[in-house]
Design a protein around this ligand. Sequence first.
Ligand SMILES: [Zn+2]
Length: 162
Amino acid sequence: MASARPFLRLVPSTAEEARPSQWFCGHCGSVTNEIPAPVARVCGDCELGLLMEASADLVPQPREPFLIVDKSLSVRALSAEAQRFLAVGEGDAVERPVTELLTPADAEAASADAFAAAIMHAAAGDDELRRLTVRPVNVFGVRMAMRVGVCGPPRAALLVLE
Ligand SMILES: [Zn+2]
């Protein structure tokens, strides 16, 4: 009799060598090694954010600001660290286009396309981790690396500023 393997992957992939995933809080970024029950997804550390799953190499490290963005490029959530860094409250950021907060570091049209494409691919469930250089719209002279990949549920793009 074939034994059923536990199926913990967020996104089915044809690639067998799937990267390990991890759960993290969408508010404070706290990482947990426990798999939350569907009804108990509120973070035990801050009791504010919902736990989300992403690949372990994408999950925000302590103090890395991050945003969760849907495939229409609207901000769904942003971490407390991102609210401080971008000087925007969650209520003012959610449902705004992410391009009002972050923009590609250089102004070429191709970069804008790559920025939008990376987010849309991730939000559509693409398992690939992409790296871009961005700058906050309201802060001049700051360029930073950003990694983008899929997180969920619900499925969305996770943008982590490094
Ligand atoms: Zn939390």
